[in-house]
Structure formats: C-alpha cells, structure tokens
Design a protein around this ligand. Structure first.
Ligand SMILES: [Zn+2]
Length: 286
C-alpha cells in the first residue's frame, strides 16, 4: 500500500517510464522514505492513479455544493463563536468593500489535515492536489442514526454497502450520510444532553481501520461535527485515521443529492502554511 502523498514524492523523483519500473520503484520507495517491502504494490497503485485521472476527465452533468454557508452562528464543536467577520472598508467611505475575518480552522464545512492528530503529519498546505479530487462513496446510515444518535458507520455497514454498490475503490473518499446536515441551523446539530454531552453519529474505529488497511481510502468524511461520534471521549477514529497520513472532512451538506457511488468529490482545501485544516469549499461532480 502506498499511503496518500507517497506517490507524489516518488513520481517527483522519477520520470514516468522509470516510475513504472518495479525495480527502480523499490529504490524510490526507500529514497522517498516509504518502506521498501511495499514496492510490489506500487504498480497497482500507479495504475489506479491513472484510473483516477481518467475518472476525473469524464464528463459530468451537475455540480453539487457539499458546503454549508459559514456564518457567525454556525454551530461548532466548542459551542462558542469561532468565526468573526467585521467590515474593514466600505464602498461608500473607501470606494470598495472588504471585511476582516477571524476564523478557527475547524469550523463549518472543513478539512482535517493529518497533523491535526499527529506530531509529524502533513499540514493542510502539504496535501497534494492529486489527493483532493477523489471518487466518492456515500454510506447512508440515516435510518439507524434516526433511532440512535450515537450511531456509527461500522464494518458491517461497509459490507452491506459493497454488496449493493460494489467494492470501495482505492484512493477514494468515503462519506457518512447520517442526515445530520438538516440540523445544521439549530442546536440539534450539537444535540446536547442534560449533562452537556454531544450526541451525533461518526465512524467507528474498526471502520476507520478497514477503510485504511483493506481499501486504502484517502479520506473519510462526515456530515456531523466530527469523524468520531459526538459522545466519544478518546477520539479513537481521529487518532487512527489522521496519523496514517490521511485527511478527514467534517460538516458536509447535501449528500442526499448524490448517488451512493459514481460521483467525484473536489476538496477546495485552504493552502495556509502550517495549517491543521480549514474551512473548505467542497463540491461534487455527478
Ligand atoms: Zn476538524
């Protein structure tokens, strides 16, 4: 398995013809700091990369906005204002309108870079653009999330999804559709109980491991405030997924407008040097 970002490191060091030579690729792995015993997987990963390129070049008929409008009162994980916008110049006084914004990185629809939960992970500006355009798989757990606000995407959910829609592609984004985006304008998004503990769905640790190790997905994405369920105390999914070199997306909107398989997600991540993530314009092509 070549972890996200590793392919780019190698292809920069080698020309394409060399890149496909497995012997040379093996040494490139070592030079790139990847483990050499995984060189055998390079060929399949590179052909998949070519496949991604083909998929992103296919035509689409609709663009769907997966981004909530970020306003000063948009609910966030900490329950206090994390986004400020104030006027800087005005058309009337200064001949042009500008605002200052002050924004927490993890507010609204946003990306979690690997460094968010790891000491030496990539920062948001270091994520290769080739990792930001991915086939999108959507796992719908609305029925169980309706009954159980602490519901998680489990390995069983993934198995059921694959039995209907085919195997999750390597280097894809796997999104949870719990229906939570409809709550984003109210307190139901954070869904506090009497002890002020949040309750909303997320990905289980086992699902995170399965998607990384068995499917080599590059991103998981939730329509809630976190990759972990709301009442998680250990952030086990964050602590597994992000240190593996992968990125996450939180607070997606409008997943109901997309097919379970076949769309392409385009992650307009910010390029803030050293950033741990940031509000992003995220769209899907279908
Ligand atoms: Zn975040």
């Amino acid at each position: 398995m070549c972890v996200p970002g590793c392919m780019e490191k190698i292809s920069k060091k080698l020309g394409r013809r060399q890149f496909l030579g497995s012997m040379i690729a093996a040494s490139a792995y070592a030079a790139a700091g990847c483990t050499q015993n995984k060189a055998i997987e390079l060929a399949s990963a590179s052909s998949d990369k070519a496949g991604i390129k083909q998929r992103t070049q296919t035509t689409f008929t609709e663009v769907v906005d997966l981004t909530h409008t970020l306003s000063t009162d948009f609910p966030n994980f900490f329950g206090k204002p994390m986004f400020k916008l104030k006027s800087n110049t005005t058309l009337k006084k200064d001949h042009f309108n500008t605002n200052y914004i002050e924004v927490f990185e993890h507010v609204g629809t946003h990306i979690d870079a690997p460094i968010h939960f790891s000491a030496d992970g990539r920062t948001v500006d270091e994520i290769p653009v080739s990792d930001l355009v991915l086939p999108l798989h959507i796992i719908d757990i609305k029925l169980k999330a309706d009954k159980d606000h602490d519901a998680e995407v489990t390995v069983e959910d993934i198995m059921e999804y694959e039995s209907k829609h085919g195997q999750i592609k390597e280097a894809s984004c796997v999104a949870m559709n719990s229906g939570w985006d409809k709550r984003a304008t109210s307190n139901d998004f954070r869904n506090l109980d009497s002890k002020k503990v949040m309750h909303f769905p997320g990905f289980s640790l086992d699902a995170s491991k399965f998607l990384a190790e068995k499917r080599n997905a590059y991103s998981i994405a939730s329509d809630t405030l976190s990759l972990d369920r709301g009442n998680s105390k250990d952030f086990a999914t964050h602590y597994h997924w992000l240190p593996s070199g992968r990125f996450g997306i939180e607070c997606l909107a409008n997943l109901d407008q997309l097919p379970a398989v076949g769309a392409t997600i385009v992650v307009g991540a910010p390029k803030f040097k050293g950033g741990t993530g940031g509000p992003s314009r995220i769209i899907a092509l279908k």
